[in-house]
Design a protein around this ligand. Structure first.
Ligand SMILES: [Zn+2]
Length: 284
Protein backbone atom coordinates (compact mmCIF):
# COMPACT_ATOMS: atom_id res chain seq x y z
CA UNK A 1 0.00 0.00 0.00
CA UNK A 2 1.54 3.31 -1.07
CA UNK A 3 0.28 6.30 0.87
CA UNK A 4 0.37 10.05 0.29
CA UNK A 5 -0.83 11.94 3.38
CA UNK A 6 -2.17 15.20 1.92
CA UNK A 7 -2.42 17.03 5.26
CA UNK A 8 -0.04 16.40 8.17
CA UNK A 9 1.97 18.73 10.42
CA UNK A 10 5.30 16.92 10.62
CA UNK A 11 6.98 19.88 12.37
CA UNK A 12 5.07 18.71 15.46
CA UNK A 13 6.01 15.03 15.07
CA UNK A 14 9.04 12.96 16.02
CA UNK A 15 11.47 10.80 14.07
CA UNK A 16 9.64 7.77 15.51
CA UNK A 17 6.62 8.91 13.54
CA UNK A 18 8.63 9.22 10.31
CA UNK A 19 10.00 5.70 10.86
CA UNK A 20 6.57 4.19 11.52
CA UNK A 21 5.00 6.10 8.61
CA UNK A 22 7.67 4.94 6.17
CA UNK A 23 7.26 1.35 7.38
CA UNK A 24 3.48 1.62 6.89
CA UNK A 25 3.86 2.77 3.27
CA UNK A 26 3.68 6.57 3.64
CA UNK A 27 6.02 7.85 0.97
CA UNK A 28 4.82 11.41 0.44
CA UNK A 29 3.26 14.09 2.61
CA UNK A 30 2.00 17.66 2.29
CA UNK A 31 2.49 19.85 5.35
CA UNK A 32 0.16 22.86 5.47
CA UNK A 33 1.24 25.97 7.36
CA UNK A 34 -0.95 26.24 10.46
CA UNK A 35 -1.37 27.60 13.96
CA UNK A 36 1.42 26.40 16.26
CA UNK A 37 -0.57 26.75 19.50
CA UNK A 38 1.67 29.45 20.94
CA UNK A 39 0.50 32.77 19.43
CA UNK A 40 3.02 34.37 17.08
CA UNK A 41 3.79 38.03 17.68
CA UNK A 42 4.83 39.18 14.22
CA UNK A 43 5.49 38.31 10.59
CA UNK A 44 9.16 37.42 11.21
CA UNK A 45 8.06 34.40 13.19
CA UNK A 46 6.04 33.22 10.18
CA UNK A 47 9.01 33.81 7.88
CA UNK A 48 11.20 31.43 9.86
CA UNK A 49 8.39 28.88 10.04
CA UNK A 50 7.74 29.02 6.27
CA UNK A 51 11.47 28.62 5.61
CA UNK A 52 11.54 25.52 7.79
CA UNK A 53 8.54 24.08 5.89
CA UNK A 54 10.44 24.25 2.60
CA UNK A 55 13.94 23.64 3.96
CA UNK A 56 14.50 21.78 7.19
CA UNK A 57 11.39 19.61 7.23
CA UNK A 58 11.79 18.20 3.68
CA UNK A 59 15.39 17.37 4.61
CA UNK A 60 14.25 15.59 7.78
CA UNK A 61 11.54 13.68 5.87
CA UNK A 62 14.03 12.68 3.19
CA UNK A 63 16.16 10.85 5.75
CA UNK A 64 13.26 8.42 6.15
CA UNK A 65 12.44 8.07 2.45
CA UNK A 66 9.40 10.34 2.73
CA UNK A 67 8.90 13.08 0.12
CA UNK A 68 7.75 16.35 1.70
CA UNK A 69 5.92 19.32 0.15
CA UNK A 70 4.24 22.29 1.85
CA UNK A 71 1.34 24.69 1.55
CA UNK A 72 1.84 28.28 2.73
CA UNK A 73 -0.68 30.73 4.22
CA UNK A 74 -1.77 32.83 7.15
CA UNK A 75 -3.98 30.38 9.07
CA UNK A 76 -7.60 31.33 9.90
CA UNK A 77 -7.07 31.62 13.65
CA UNK A 78 -4.13 34.02 13.47
CA UNK A 79 -5.83 36.03 10.72
CA UNK A 80 -7.62 37.66 13.69
CA UNK A 81 -4.38 38.96 15.22
CA UNK A 82 -3.40 42.39 13.87
CA UNK A 83 0.24 41.61 14.72
CA UNK A 84 0.18 38.70 12.24
CA UNK A 85 -1.86 40.20 9.39
CA UNK A 86 1.17 41.86 7.66
CA UNK A 87 2.39 38.37 6.75
CA UNK A 88 -0.19 38.48 3.92
CA UNK A 89 2.10 40.91 2.10
CA UNK A 90 5.06 38.55 2.49
CA UNK A 91 3.36 35.38 1.20
CA UNK A 92 4.27 35.82 -2.50
CA UNK A 93 7.93 35.29 -1.55
CA UNK A 94 7.12 31.64 -0.64
CA UNK A 95 4.31 31.02 -3.10
CA UNK A 96 6.87 31.15 -5.91
CA UNK A 97 9.10 28.45 -4.38
CA UNK A 98 9.50 24.87 -5.56
CA UNK A 99 8.06 22.54 -2.97
CA UNK A 100 5.07 24.82 -2.28
CA UNK A 101 2.10 23.05 -3.86
CA UNK A 102 -0.88 25.10 -2.64
CA UNK A 103 -2.06 28.10 -0.63
CA UNK A 104 -3.25 26.84 2.77
CA UNK A 105 -4.59 26.31 5.30
CA UNK A 106 -6.99 29.15 4.71
CA UNK A 107 -10.69 29.42 5.57
CA UNK A 108 -12.62 30.04 8.76
CA UNK A 109 -12.05 29.55 12.47
CA UNK A 110 -14.62 31.84 14.13
CA UNK A 111 -16.00 33.44 10.93
CA UNK A 112 -14.99 37.01 11.77
CA UNK A 113 -14.67 39.92 9.30
CA UNK A 114 -10.86 39.66 9.62
CA UNK A 115 -11.06 36.01 8.57
CA UNK A 116 -13.32 36.94 5.63
CA UNK A 117 -10.69 39.38 4.44
CA UNK A 118 -7.69 37.05 4.84
CA UNK A 119 -9.57 34.17 3.19
CA UNK A 120 -10.56 36.19 0.10
CA UNK A 121 -7.11 37.78 -0.18
CA UNK A 122 -5.41 34.38 -0.08
CA UNK A 123 -7.76 32.84 -2.66
CA UNK A 124 -6.78 35.75 -4.89
CA UNK A 125 -3.12 34.86 -4.25
CA UNK A 126 -3.84 31.25 -5.23
CA UNK A 127 -5.32 32.46 -8.53
CA UNK A 128 -2.44 34.88 -9.13
CA UNK A 129 0.20 32.20 -8.44
CA UNK A 130 -1.69 29.48 -10.30
CA UNK A 131 -1.83 27.29 -7.19
CA UNK A 132 -4.53 25.08 -5.67
CA UNK A 133 -6.03 26.08 -2.30
CA UNK A 134 -6.47 24.05 0.89
CA UNK A 135 -9.48 25.26 2.88
CA UNK A 136 -9.82 24.32 6.55
CA UNK A 137 -13.41 24.01 7.80
CA UNK A 138 -14.14 25.30 11.31
CA UNK A 139 -14.53 22.97 14.29
CA UNK A 140 -17.52 24.90 15.65
CA UNK A 141 -20.59 25.70 13.56
CA UNK A 142 -19.10 23.56 10.80
CA UNK A 143 -22.07 23.45 8.41
CA UNK A 144 -22.43 27.24 8.33
CA UNK A 145 -18.63 27.57 7.97
CA UNK A 146 -18.59 25.20 5.00
CA UNK A 147 -21.49 26.97 3.29
CA UNK A 148 -19.85 30.32 3.74
CA UNK A 149 -16.51 28.93 2.53
CA UNK A 150 -18.15 27.65 -0.65
CA UNK A 151 -19.63 31.12 -1.25
CA UNK A 152 -16.24 32.79 -0.82
CA UNK A 153 -14.63 30.22 -3.14
CA UNK A 154 -17.31 30.87 -5.79
CA UNK A 155 -16.83 34.65 -5.51
CA UNK A 156 -13.06 34.36 -5.87
CA UNK A 157 -13.25 32.97 -9.38
CA UNK A 158 -10.84 30.12 -8.61
CA UNK A 159 -11.59 26.87 -10.49
CA UNK A 160 -13.43 24.71 -7.89
CA UNK A 161 -11.40 21.71 -9.11
CA UNK A 162 -8.34 23.42 -7.62
CA UNK A 163 -9.85 23.72 -4.13
CA UNK A 164 -10.16 21.16 -1.33
CA UNK A 165 -12.49 21.75 1.61
CA UNK A 166 -11.00 19.78 4.47
CA UNK A 167 -12.12 18.22 7.78
CA UNK A 168 -15.51 17.24 6.36
CA UNK A 169 -17.90 14.80 8.04
CA UNK A 170 -21.20 13.00 7.33
CA UNK A 171 -23.16 16.26 7.53
CA UNK A 172 -20.89 18.66 5.63
CA UNK A 173 -20.00 16.18 2.87
CA UNK A 174 -23.51 16.66 1.50
CA UNK A 175 -22.99 20.42 1.14
CA UNK A 176 -19.78 19.98 -0.82
CA UNK A 177 -20.26 16.88 -2.95
CA UNK A 178 -21.83 18.52 -6.00
CA UNK A 179 -19.89 21.79 -6.06
CA UNK A 180 -16.86 20.53 -8.01
CA UNK A 181 -14.36 21.08 -5.16
CA UNK A 182 -12.32 18.24 -3.67
CA UNK A 183 -13.39 16.67 -0.37
CA UNK A 184 -10.91 16.28 2.46
CA UNK A 185 -11.42 14.04 5.50
CA UNK A 186 -9.22 14.00 8.59
CA UNK A 187 -9.13 10.68 10.43
CA UNK A 188 -8.62 11.12 14.16
CA UNK A 189 -8.17 8.68 17.06
CA UNK A 190 -11.31 9.61 18.99
CA UNK A 191 -13.08 12.62 17.50
CA UNK A 192 -14.32 13.57 14.04
CA UNK A 193 -13.85 10.90 11.38
CA UNK A 194 -12.76 7.30 12.12
CA UNK A 195 -11.63 4.65 9.58
CA UNK A 196 -14.99 2.78 9.67
CA UNK A 197 -16.95 6.03 9.24
CA UNK A 198 -14.67 6.98 6.35
CA UNK A 199 -15.32 3.63 4.67
CA UNK A 200 -19.07 4.29 4.88
CA UNK A 201 -18.61 7.68 3.22
CA UNK A 202 -16.55 6.13 0.42
CA UNK A 203 -19.32 3.56 -0.06
CA UNK A 204 -21.95 6.28 -0.23
CA UNK A 205 -20.10 8.87 -2.34
CA UNK A 206 -17.46 6.92 -4.28
CA UNK A 207 -13.71 7.55 -4.49
CA UNK A 208 -13.62 10.46 -6.93
CA UNK A 209 -12.19 13.75 -5.55
CA UNK A 210 -11.91 12.16 -2.07
CA UNK A 211 -8.79 12.90 0.00
CA UNK A 212 -8.03 11.13 3.27
CA UNK A 213 -5.50 12.59 5.70
CA UNK A 214 -4.36 12.14 9.30
CA UNK A 215 -4.02 15.90 9.97
CA UNK A 216 -1.63 14.76 12.72
CA UNK A 217 -0.23 17.73 14.65
CA UNK A 218 0.68 18.72 18.23
CA UNK A 219 -2.67 17.50 19.56
CA UNK A 220 -3.85 13.94 20.09
CA UNK A 221 -3.62 12.46 16.61
CA UNK A 222 -2.14 9.48 14.76
CA UNK A 223 -0.11 9.62 11.52
CA UNK A 224 -0.90 5.94 10.80
CA UNK A 225 -4.66 6.44 10.45
CA UNK A 226 -4.28 6.80 6.67
CA UNK A 227 -2.96 3.24 6.60
CA UNK A 228 -5.72 2.08 8.98
CA UNK A 229 -8.29 3.58 6.60
CA UNK A 230 -6.75 1.71 3.65
CA UNK A 231 -6.97 -1.52 5.62
CA UNK A 232 -10.56 -0.83 6.65
CA UNK A 233 -11.38 -0.24 2.96
CA UNK A 234 -9.89 -3.61 1.98
CA UNK A 235 -11.71 -5.39 4.81
CA UNK A 236 -14.96 -3.82 3.56
CA UNK A 237 -14.46 -5.18 0.05
CA UNK A 238 -12.81 -2.24 -1.73
CA UNK A 239 -10.05 -3.29 -4.16
CA UNK A 240 -6.33 -2.52 -3.99
CA UNK A 241 -6.94 -0.16 -6.90
CA UNK A 242 -9.63 1.74 -4.94
CA UNK A 243 -7.24 2.12 -2.01
CA UNK A 244 -4.45 3.27 -4.30
CA UNK A 245 -6.76 5.83 -5.86
CA UNK A 246 -7.83 7.33 -2.54
CA UNK A 247 -4.50 7.14 -0.71
CA UNK A 248 -2.13 7.88 -3.59
CA UNK A 249 -3.51 8.89 -6.99
CA UNK A 250 -6.08 11.40 -5.70
CA UNK A 251 -3.60 13.52 -3.70
CA UNK A 252 -1.12 13.28 -6.58
CA UNK A 253 -3.79 14.56 -8.95
CA UNK A 254 -4.92 17.36 -6.64
CA UNK A 255 -1.51 18.78 -5.71
CA UNK A 256 -0.12 17.91 -9.15
CA UNK A 257 -2.17 20.86 -10.39
CA UNK A 258 0.55 23.09 -8.92
CA UNK A 259 3.00 21.73 -11.48
CA UNK A 260 5.48 21.40 -8.60
CA UNK A 261 4.88 17.93 -7.20
CA UNK A 262 8.20 16.10 -7.35
CA UNK A 263 7.77 12.35 -6.85
CA UNK A 264 10.51 10.90 -9.05
CA UNK A 265 12.97 8.36 -7.60
CA UNK A 266 10.59 7.46 -4.83
CA UNK A 267 11.59 3.82 -4.57
CA UNK A 268 11.81 2.98 -0.92
CA UNK A 269 12.28 -0.34 0.75
CA UNK A 270 9.84 -0.64 3.60
CA UNK A 271 8.79 -3.39 5.92
CA UNK A 272 5.16 -4.37 5.71
CA UNK A 273 3.97 -4.11 9.34
CA UNK A 274 1.42 -6.90 8.90
CA UNK A 275 3.74 -9.51 7.37
CA UNK A 276 7.18 -8.31 8.44
CA UNK A 277 8.27 -8.78 4.82
CA UNK A 278 10.47 -6.30 3.07
CA UNK A 279 8.54 -4.66 0.26
CA UNK A 280 9.79 -2.63 -2.65
CA UNK A 281 7.45 -0.18 -4.28
CA UNK A 282 8.00 1.77 -7.47
CA UNK A 283 7.18 5.43 -7.95
CA UNK A 284 5.48 6.90 -10.98
ZN1 LIG B 1 -4.09 21.15 9.70
Amino acid sequence: MRIFDPHIHMTSRTTDDYERMAAAGVRAVVEPAFWLGQPRTGPESFADYFDSLIGWEPFRAGQFGVRHHATIALNPKEANDPRCRPVLDLLPRWLDKDGVVAVGEIGYDSMTPAEDEAFAAQLALAVAHDLPALVHSPHRDKARGVQRSLAVVAESGIDPGRVVIDHLNEVTVKLVRDTGVWLGFSIYPDTKMSPPRMVELLRAYGTERMLVNSAADWGRSDPLLTRATGEAMLAAGFTDDDVDRVLWRNPVEFYGQSGRLELTDLDVTAVDPTTGNSILRGGE
